[in-house]
Design a protein around this ligand. Sequence first.
Ligand SMILES: Cc1cc2nc3c(=O)[nH]c(=O)nc-3n(C[C@H](O)[C@H](O)[C@H](O)COP(=O)(O)OP(=O)(O)OC[C@H]3O[C@@H](n4cnc5c(N)ncnc54)[C@H](O)[C@@H]3O)c2cc1C
Length: 374
Amino acid sequence: MSENTISSAVIIGAGIFGVSTAVQLLRRGVSVTLINDGPIGNGASGRSLSWLNSARLRSNPYHLLRMAGIDRYRTLSSQIGPVDWLQFNGGLTWDPEGKGNEIEAAYAHEVSLAYDARHLAPSEVAHATPGIDSTAITGGAAIFNPGEGWVDLPSLIALLMNEFTKKGGILVTDEGKAHVLVENGRAIGVKTTADKSRLADAVLLATGSAVPAMAADLGETIVDGTPVALLLTTKPFDHPLKAVLNTPRVAVRPTPDGGFAIDADWAADEVEAQPDGSYEVAQTTVDGLLTEASKVLSGHPKLELASYAAGRKPIPGDGDPVLGALPNLPGCHVAFSHSGATLGLIVGELTAYEMATGKRHPLLATFRPERFTK
Ligand SMILES: Cc1cc2nc3c(=O)[nH]c(=O)nc-3n(C[C@H](O)[C@H](O)[C@H](O)COP(=O)(O)OP(=O)(O)OC[C@H]3O[C@@H](n4cnc5c(N)ncnc54)[C@H](O)[C@@H]3O)c2cc1C
């Protein structure tokens, strides 16, 4: 039985949140137009490390949402069968020596939540997961989380867009940027730079790092903490690493083609944003990241660069997801979050539920945009 209170929606932004919500709305029988300012997935979703996890310390509501996110990936995985772009081979993490080391606290917290976690001495790591140089592990211990994994978001987006097209969704990628049309205090559709308007019963802003500025244009406050990020990929080569590694100097995960994706906060801090909107990445930064990755891998392989991409990584000012209807603009919803790979499927599902039914899902209670104005 349909619970829908709308029949049409326009979504601005075809990253994982926009695409995932679009497909969920179509499954509910809502007609959808999806507008992106260029090829789909050309934002953060096209250059993400995409570790699927709820590791370490965070609020219980956020943990619950992330676990629901991982659950939806498990379901997808069993529905589509084995693919090279969605893997659950665990995650291994360790911290630096000394004061900043949170491994004991993180492990105790994870155990208290029954989040599958193994506390390992460096010498025990090889039994849990292959491909790591255990002498690189600092702080005397690591945590292995066997239930974690990674996804290649462009592959997921391609799968979802296949369903989007089959279900009659309309995709617009050649009209430049879109903005929300407002009439009598309500969102009534969107207008693109090409001056074309599309009216709909509900609008979703899923524009990644552009959400806070677009919300501000509509008179709404979403505090922004978005930094610049950098992701490298290596050429394929033969190596046993299967898990996602999160270490003090580098994060590494396998890629579908047999290479690795690599990032690190220190490397992102070295990227310089240019006035024309481009990003300058120094050769020393690229070389440094490849070196750091090699140090944590068994056999210290020589890693060859395949590609790199820099750009903004959506992160709300308080670190928590911003999801739901804008408080002062009926008909307009937002989806803006860090960890959008882990949350990609569940955010699409719950956002579509709220847009289609007009109801508020209890799991999103602490993530609503009005927290910034209260
Ligand atoms: C280096 C890096 C590492 C990451 N690591 C992880 C991780 O390990 N685990 C995890 O869960 N998450 C991770 N993330 C986060 C995750 O990738 C993002 O949260 C997620 O991809 C965001 O998706 P999105 O749909 O919100 O935004 P985006 O993918 O940025 O999509 C927004 C789209 O909107 C378009 N757009 C913007 N403004 C307009 C406009 N006005 N009109 C039309 N189109 C517009 C953009 O071009 C873009 O295509 C990482 C991200 C990065 C960059």
